[in-house]
Structures are given as C-alpha cells and as structure tokens.
Design a protein. Structure first.
Length: 294
C-alpha cells in the first residue's frame, strides 16, 4: 500500500482527483441531469418524457425578449469592460503615475460590494422621483425628470453603468498582472530603435496581453448572459415594465421556479449554455487559439 501511495505515477492522479470529483459532481452531473429534464415534463412526484415540446415552446415573445436583452447587455459590457480597464491598467502600471496602489485598491473595492446592496443603491440613485440623485443632476442642467427604469434604453444604461462600476476593478487586476509580467527590456529596446509610446503599446503591450484579453472576454461573455441578480434588484423583482429587464436567467427563474415548469426551465438553461459555448468558440477561433503553432 505504501509503495502504491508514494508512487510517482500515482501521485499526479491523486493531486488532480479533487478537481475531477468536484467537476463531475458540481458541473457534469447537473448538466447531464438538466439535459434529461429538458425533454421531460416535471411535476411534483412524477416525470415523463415529452420529446422536443419544451424546445418548441422556446419560440415565444418572452424568450426572444430575454435573448435580446441579454445579448444587448453582453455587447455593451464587452464594449466598456475590455478597453476601459485595459487603458486604466496601463496608466496605473506607468512609473509616472503617483499613488497607483491607492487607485488600484479604490477601483477594486466596488467588486467587494454585495450585488444586492449595489443594486438597491443604484435603484435609488436612478429613481423616478424628482429628488433622486440623477434626476436632481438633470434639473441642474435644465432637463426634466425621467423614469430611468421604465424605458428600455435608459434601463439598459443603468445596468451597464452598474456592471462597469462593479467589474472595472476586477478586469484591471487581470490586465495589471499581465502588464507586470512583460519584460521591461522589450520597451527599452523599442525606445532605442525609435519607437514612441503608441508604437510600444501597439507592437508590444497588446500582443503580449492577448492571452489575458481572451480570458477576460470569455468570462465577460459568460457573465453577461448569466446576469440575473442586478436586474432582479433594480426592478424589485422579475417583473420589469414590458420585460425591458428580463434576461435569460430571469426567464429561466420565471418558468422553472415561479411557474414550477422545471422541464421548460431546463430547456432554457441548455439553450443558454449552447449560445455561450458557440459565442466563446467563435471568439477563440477569431483570436487564433485553435491555430497550430509553427
């Protein structure tokens, strides 16, 4: 037994066993169970297969509304939460930036805030009353009061601002860690060859940040399509006006939990998993991750 436990061939499998078990128990098994449930009608105490009925029921206004909202949210968060943290990370990594440690901490603090607390505060800041913070600011500029969360465009704006406030610091940390791993000698050599700061950023920084950028984009796509709590808190429930805040997870919650239709909710979840996987494979293919090395 001791020879088996201390074997150099067995040791690697022992070390990876916790990850394999957690993956099988908490990801693979639930996914397989959800796939099976998506072809069933799940009632209290009984289930029976109904074929593709749950997937055919996806062809509805609520599903396409939720898909559109989640896609818009993901698009805008990608458009903001990739370039903005990258630029801020470059400035914070520069030697000329004073008190960079303070700014790193200050920008990261919002990510530690509970999403429920943050959503409640933003709901008050962007409230419909005349004395809410943003409407009071509009009055200072001579503009009228608006109901921020009653309109699709302004409601989406509030959700994107909330996401920017919460996750900018996290992405800054990712990009900073990558920037600090770039050898400084590369910049010195480029400067000797006459490259200016823009050339150094374009020719050295961006190419070497590619692996981290791919990772950030991947988790951002997942985070965008899995967003639920922010919308739920902003609209004080899963009932926004004309479903302007309904997301894919919100629709899954409505059908699977509120209406106790777990089979249809499972079909929504599997469809969402397929969408995120396809989008991530496309962006990985675009960045050449599947390209063979020369």
């Amino acid at each position: 037994m001791n020879k088996f436990l201390y074997s150099s061939r067995v040791a690697p499998y022992v070390f990876v066993l916790p990850f394999v078990l957690s993956f099988l128990i908490f990801f693979a098994y639930p996914v397989m169970t959800t796939i099976v449930m998506s072809f069933q009608e799940v009632l209290p105490g009984q289930t029976h297969f109904i074929g593709l009925v749950n997937y055919r029921n996806l062809w509805s206004e609520s599903f396409f509304t939720a898909l559109k909202n989640s896609s818009r949210y993901t698009f805008w968060t990608l458009l903001v939460l990739i370039p903005l943290p990258l630029v801020l990370a470059v400035f914070l990594n520069a030697k000329l930036t004073k008190a960079s440690a303070f700014f790193r901490s200050a920008l990261f603090v919002p990510s530690l805030t509970s999403v429920v607390v943050a959503g409640t505060i933003f709901r008050l800041v962007f409230g419909s009353l005349d004395d809410s913070v943003m409407n009071a600011f509009r009055h200072m500029l001579g503009m009228p009061t608006i109901n921020w969360l009653a309109n699709s465009a302004t409601g989406m704006l509030v959700m994107v601002i909330l996401a920017t406030w919460r996750f900018t610091g996290v992405n800054i940390i990712y990009f900073l860690s990558a920037l600090q791993s770039i050898p400084h000698e590369l910049y010195e050599s480029a400067e000797i060859d006459g490259a200016n700061k823009w050339d150094q950023f374009w020719r050295i920084t961006l190419p070497l940040l590619k692996p981290v950028a791919i990772y950030v984009i991947t988790i951002s796509i997942y985070g965008g399509y899995s967003m639920f709590t922010e919308s739920f808190i902003l609209w004080n429930g899963n009932r926004s006006p004309n479903d302007i805040g309904l997301t894919m997870i919100g629709l899954l919650y409505r059908e699977g939990i509120e209406r106790n239709n777990l089979g249809f909710g499972s079909a929504i979840g599997i469809t969402l998993l397929g969408i995120t996987m396809i989008l991530n494979v496309i962006q990985l293919k675009f960045f050449g991750l599947f390209r063979k090395e020369d």
